[in-house]
Design a protein around this ligand. Sequence first.
Ligand code: ZN
Ligand code: ZN
Length: 245
Amino acid sequence: MKLRVIGFWGGFPAVNEATSGYLLEEGNYRMLIDCGSAVLSKLQETIAIEELDSVILSHYHHDHIADIGPLQFARHVLSFIKEVRTPLPIYGHTLDRNAFDKLTYKEATKGLKYEPNESLTLGPFTITFLKTIHPVPCFAMRITNGHSTVVYTADSSYQDEFITFSKGADLLISESSFYSNQDGTNAGHMTSVEAANIAEKAGVKHLLLTHLPHYGDHEMLVKDAKDYFKGQVTLARTGFEWCEL
Ligand SMILES: [Zn+2]
Ligand SMILES: [Zn+2]
């Protein structure tokens, strides 16, 4: 299992970079987790659009779904000019029916719902969900291939439930939208210290800080996290790859 950061910015993309997007691969199976702005462009630095097997979305904020429209159109066009298996399944929750319905486009993509209380099997991956604390319904994901486990907090303010949900994970991809001297609770986001607390208490091996702010010194996020978490801490950057051992 291999995870690659396609985009990591919170809210909007920086120059030549993207907001939330993570490519998870196992063998020939390729799943995109979230599809924010500029993700479609940055994804093509790694794989061709037709090589995607599935997409799964945490929630329907623009910085996580902005490139769904372009992806749908790309798959539509590619179905005429290349051998592309359609439709591409895009998994999302149905707590926002209007947003969910837009996941289906012609024969190109098909919106499929995940049930937050049930596990979902996509290719080699088994995924379970945890509702986060965010202004709109949003779900964290725990993904395993049977050997290794990756947990993605998606967008959320701190909740103790993340500790059990992340227990023993090999990689915790945690949002870290705020600095330690700030409080992200009302905005529905976390600081890197809160992320580190989850990582430490859950006994995860590696913490990847992502959904980064557009101000301040990102190295401070790492420095503060390291005061609370003794494992490995990495700042998300485009093209960063994590591989299971
Ligand atoms: Zn959000
Ligand atoms: Zn976001």
